[in-house]
Design a protein around this ligand. Structure first.
Ligand code: PLP
Length: 400
């Protein structure tokens, strides 16, 4: 079956007493056992029967299995947020004295996790240019425990060549881990592109229009010691497991993921093309545009559709402020891949608490607006953007 069919039709392991067609939400914390031996077997991992919903819940297991069927992964683990999945992943891979080779272009909390939180536990973040293989090689040594990247960085929209990075990771016997939140796993084969682990904020594309927070680790089974730590150490000891209600919402989201991605990518491409020739727009960042510097790399890794995230630059920060204030339909909100179109000025919001020097180091420009293109009519979305851009740049072009 194709991925979109698997996303809808994977049956759940055991039918419930009513033969429910949709996996029920098992809002239970504990599970009752018939006797002492089956209870001991469940607690000691000798059976797959759930014992306590911080570590195992049938609704969450069903969601994990669906993702596993779509991705053909060895194991999928679901967490309460994307950040919970990323931290579980990195705490399962790193230990004191080790270093992680990554990039300056990271989601804000991931950047802080690497440069502040993990640092307190004796782990060094080596931030280099992941699009320059020689720079990557120069940063790896015998204490490097993984290479970590984001498939498309946000908001810089940089696309590193995962296949090249995979070759380097293999040479050194270390895992290649990618945060692939921005390109859904229905669009590419993580194993084939050379990833050992994917971490995904399922809050975004998977949740089905911003219904719930969630995160997953997709594990291709190449590093058994790390796999063991994810399940037995991070899930059990950090307590960041997904809730059954979120798993239910996310399973529904999976069913429409491909359709939403197709629609949003089509609209995003149309809007990106129109923004290129809109007066006042200085530049547009979208990997689906043929003249984008990452277009070929993106296409070869993730296919023809460029996704729903588009960025564009206005002449200065004050124009960005006026643009955000002038929007009528597009929502002033963070998040990506909501059903509604969203706009945000990353420098003053997501990255606002960081110092100007740190923002500069991370290439977060004061002039950039990030859009998440929703399911509305693309013409309506563009019309709202255009009128807001006109208002934003008006004071720069006074009519005499
Ligand atoms: N990774 C990326 C690329 C993101 O954009 C986000 C956004 O929030 C996260 C991870 C964190 O996900 P969550 O908000 O689900 O913790």
């Amino acid at each position: 079956m194709k991925k979109e069919s698997r996303a809808i039709n994977s049956p759940y392991q055991r039918r419930d007493v009513y033969d429910a067609l949709q996996m029920p939400v098992y809002h239970t914390l504990a599970y009752e056992f018939d006797d002492a031996d089956t209870m001991a077997d469940a607690f000691c991992g000798r059976s797959d029967a759930p014992d306590y919903s911080r570590v195992l819940n049938p609704t969450v297991t069903h969601f994990e299995q669906r993702v596993r069927e779509i991705t053909d992964a060895y194991e999928v683990s679901a967490f309460s947020s994307g950040m919970a999945a990323i931290s579980a992943m990195l705490f399962s891979t790193a230990s004191a004295g080790k270093n992680i080779v990554s990039s300056r272009h990271l989601f804000g909390n991931t950047f802080l996790l690497l440069t502040q939180t993990l640092k307190r536990f004796g782990v060094e973040a080596r931030l280099c240019d992941l699009t320059d293989i020689e720079d990557v090689k120069a940063n790896i040594d015998s204490d490097t425990c993984c290479i970590f990247l984001e498939s498309v960085t946000n908001p810089q929209m940089e696309v590193a060549d995962v296949r090249l990075l995979s070759g380097v990771a293999k040479e050194h016997g270390i895992p290649l881990i990618a945060d692939t939140t921005v390109v859904p796993f229905t669009q590419f084969d993580g194993r084939e592109t050379g990833l050992d682990f994917q971490v995904v904020s399922t809050t975004k594309y998977v949740s089905g229009g911003a219904t719930s927070l969630g995160g997953i680790i997709i594990d291709y089974g190449n590093f058994p010691a790390v796999s063991q730590l994810i399940k037995k150490d991070s899930v059990f000891n950090f307590g960041g497991y997904m809730t059954p209600h979120a798993a239910y919402m996310q399973t529904l989201g999976l069913e429409t993921l491909k359709v939403r991605y197709d629609r949003q990518s089509g609209s995003a491409l149309e809007i990106a093309r129109r923004l290129v020739s809109t007066p006042g727009v200085v530049k547009v960042g979208y990997p689906g545009l043929e003249d984008n510097p990452w277009h070929e790399t993106f296409k070869s890794l993730y296919g023809d559709q460029g996704g729903a995230m588009v960025t564009f630059d206005l002449p200065d920060a004050e124009c960005c402020r006026r643009f955000i204030n002038a929007l009528r339909m597009v929502h002033r909100a963070t998040n990506l891949f909501d059903n509604r179109s969203l706009a945000i000025h990353p420098a003053s919001t997501i990255f606002g608490p960081l110092s100007p020097e740190t923002r500069q180091y991370m290439d977060i420009a004061d002039t950039t607006i990030r859009l998440s293109i929703g399911l509305e009519d693309p013409g309506d979305i563009y019309d709202d953007l255009r009128q807001a851009i006109e208002k934003a740049v008006e004071p720069l072009n006074p009519v005499c």
